[in-house]
Write a protein that binds this ligand. Sequence first.
Ligand code: DOR
Ligand code: ZN
Ligand code: ZN
Length: 434
Amino acid sequence: ETFDATGLHLLPGAIDAHVHYREPGYTHKEDWRTGTAAAAMGGVTTVFEMPNTNPPTATVEALRLKQKAAEKAYVDFGLYGLLAEDNLDQLEALIEGGVAAFKCFMGNTFGNLPSPSTGAMLEGFEIIARHGLRISLHAETASIMALRQKKLMEAGRTDPLAHLASRPAVVATEAVSRAAVLAEWTGARIHILHISSGDELRPLRDAKARGVDITGETCPHYLLFDENAYTDLGPIIRVNPPVREKHHQRALWEGLKDGTIDMIATDHAPHDPEEKTREVIWRADCGFPGVETQMALMLTQVNAGSLSLTDYVRLSSTAPAKAFGLFPHKGALVPGSDADIAIVDLGRRETIRAEALHSRGKITPFEGFEVVGVPVHTLVRGRFVMRDRKLIEEATGWGLSVTRVQAMPKPEPRHVDETTAAITGGKSGQAGSS
Ligand code: DOR
Ligand code: ZN
Ligand code: ZN
């Protein structure tokens, strides 16, 4: 069997540090099979999955349920454990049980998990810091948002723009600053999820300058939409934190270029059509799928000249691999990368169609977007999980937890001369036998 990659580009598979797969608990929105099929179709070879399922991944028992659900995965995955007010006594056991990182909800969102007090965060940070795992933060301050929303509701606002008004940038900026101070105090490694405003970049830059081990991500929707989206898309664009005004979008692009923002993740958050499109904005579920469309959307930006291909590789693969401890096995362009590969056609044009997505949640604000640059094959640890734009159905179950993959024995790099000999059909002659 031969494989022809003429005219294609070979990239390290994307590592999406932020997806919600809904199983257990909300499988009418998504499950591990559909969610990781979407990843495979999108050139994404590793995902980090969030704990706001039912039950939330706050105890070892809940972690076992999630590990069972994840046995269907097409791609590799890290599981987030929850850091909450009432599970500090579970954190060590979750680490022992194989979580790859922690998630802390400073603000309320889907799943209605209560946000921990600053004191509980501090204690949790101390415990987790001893083990070196990264803590990802949904950095929005619950108390300020509750007050804003109450006032808007009293004023009778039910329109989509009221969502933006209820979660102004100060809400996120205050939370980023507080998390960074706690990280500095405890030595914890932290990651700021879904940066949506230019204002958050200031405390992020400050913390980096002080030597805090802090990283940040933004998502395609903050880079590609602005406040006009509320008129065009109504409840479909409702997401936490909200898509904001144009000047924030511009600042995020700046932050990507100057290195303040380390990576691109998607906050893949599929919902059922009925729950997603309720007319009163407060009742429409927040978020939309993203893991399948990220690479095509961002390669389109590469083609448009907004981003270089090397910057894209850093943002989508190298940086998350470094931040979440996936070297030497996973991640871009380093010895020992374990053949997690996206093969892309930079010239291919497609129109994003929600109906064609593999995610169960079909409502996406990217419906109808014209993209140029599409992943055509995806390999996870050397095996095709997507080929010629088709899912390899029987690869379900191939995906493994990154904490297991990282523990596997690492191959010794061969001497350059030997490798060259093998490639050219010389003495050991293992390569090129297909
Ligand atoms: O819009 C969002 N949806 N933001 C979040 O933080 C959570 C996510 C979800 O799980 O639906
Ligand atoms: Zn979040
Ligand atoms: Zn999220």
